[in-house]
Design a protein around this ligand. Structure first.
Ligand code: ZN
Length: 172
């Protein structure tokens, strides 16, 4: 994606399906992490922009890095008072793992549709079967629509929640 927030649409939809089991924060974090790669190569004028992190293998490494950062933050929070931004302290490891995995692999799939310089199956293959399998307009409309549907579903869930939640009910 030229603009990482397009990936947040599918994140909202996935989180709305199972809020306690799929972390929105982890989904978005791994997407930002992966897009540091093209940003760096763009800023330093090096091509191609999409390399290791834009392969399924690299995305797997990004998932592990997201989990490592979450665990490190948890440990650090036991020693020093870290702010509980987005209720991250209520997140569970499985919800972070699932959110990061869905975020990373959907990122590669969506970017495979869009970018000509991506080799999602590298180093095993140079093929990209998803390239322009749908139009870019359809891709962007799909991402935004997923975000809208997800946001509405989350709003409805919040409105009809029987009582103020405890535990990780508010965790993103
Ligand atoms: Zn990307």
């Amino acid at each position: 994606m030229p603009f990482t927030p397009f990936h947040f649409g599918p994140a909202a939809a996935a989180h709305a399906i199972a809020p306690k089991h799929i972390s929105f924060l982890a989904f978005c974090s791994v997407n930002v992490l992966i897009d540091i790669e093209p940003l760096y190569f763009m800023l330093t004028d090096q091509y191609p922009l999409h390399r290791f992190l834009h392969t399924y293998l690299g995305a797997s490494a990004a998932i592990l890095l997201t989990l490592a950062l979450f665990l490190a933050a948890q440990r650090l929070a036991q020693r020093i008072p870290l702010p509980n931004l987005f209720h991250w302290k209520q997140l569970t490891l499985p919800s972070v793992a699932l959110g990061a995995a869905l975020g990373a692999f959907s990122h590669i799939a969506l970017d495979s549709i869009m970018h000509a310089d991506i080799h999602p199956l590298a180093p095993f293959s140079d093929t990209n079967a998803l390239f322009r399998v749908i139009s870019l307009r359809a891709l962007h409309i799909g991402c935004v629509s997923a975000g809208l549907v997800g946001a509405i579903a989350l709003a409805l869930r919040a409105a009809f929640r029987p009582s103020p939640g405890t535990g990780n009910a508010n965790a993103l």
